[in-house]
Design a protein around this ligand. Sequence first.
Ligand code: AHN
Ligand code: ZN
Length: 329
Amino acid sequence: MKSKVIILTSFLLLACGNVQSKKDSIVLQNTEIRKVPQFEADSAYFHIEKQLSFGPRVPQTKAHNNCSEYLLSKLSSFCDAAQIQQGMVELYNGEVIPCKNIIGIFSPEKKSRILLCAHWDSRPFSDQESDVKKQKLAVSGADDGASGVAVLLEMARLFSIQKPNVGVDIVLFDVEDYGKPDFYTGKVYTDHSWCLGSQYWSKNPHKINYTARYGILLDMVGANGATFRKEQFSNYYAVNIVNKVWNEAKELGFSSCFLDEIGGAVTDDHLYVNQLAKIPCIDIIRQEIQSETGFAAYWHTQEDDMRNISKETLYKVGQTLLSVIYSEK
Ligand code: AHN
Ligand code: ZN
């Protein structure tokens, strides 16, 4: 039995060596010239499960606090420095609550920097549920939150083994998903009730005069069959970064995932990074342009759990981003 496996493997190796398709040679070039490491989707998948194991990461809950400790310990182990930025933010209903942005820094001495971000909090409401009783329940956020964080944690692990040429800052935004729920009828205190952690960070970056060449936000990047369209604010503020990412995806053979199509304009963390921090930042976000909400059916419902998560999608996003980062001089 064992020898059969060995024979089969060497046959496959020989076959690959002889074929030398165009795609193979591009991948070979990438790995040889740029030495791009392999994104381990198993590792990213595990990081989603781990985040969900604490329960919904709703601000001011035990689960949220426990998860913040986990994320800080992971970033501390992979990065040259890690910290939690604490601030206070005002919700749609006027309540003021604490916010913890979790930050990991690679090569702090380097001037040329890339910002990578995602949100780590979960939505306190499932206001897209048709069942009214379920609308007050928190979202697990396997895709909405945990997937982007998980891809960044796996990238951080790889950066710790092989440093990119550029400095990298990973910022996990808090209180992104506490926007005014559809069922709320009370007085509204702010028109900008989403993305409170990124608004805070963009006004108060973790380092004075912080800037980066560009930023990439990951939001809902882990679901089975997900496709990504070019989000409109990203195109407006950072079209060259959109094209850079989509071109890398194309070179890797992921064009059926990274579609060459324009999506909607999404008020997400990158909007504030662009407008307030003045860093050109794109959003890689799953949109379902035919649906009423603009997002997948499980979005802001009780269904956003591990059942939707796909290692294949995590791999395509993670490997594309690694190609982008390691191509930077
Ligand atoms: C709005 O619905 C206004 N923005 C979507 C941002 C978001 C929520 N991303 C994930 N959850
Ligand atoms: Zn959300």
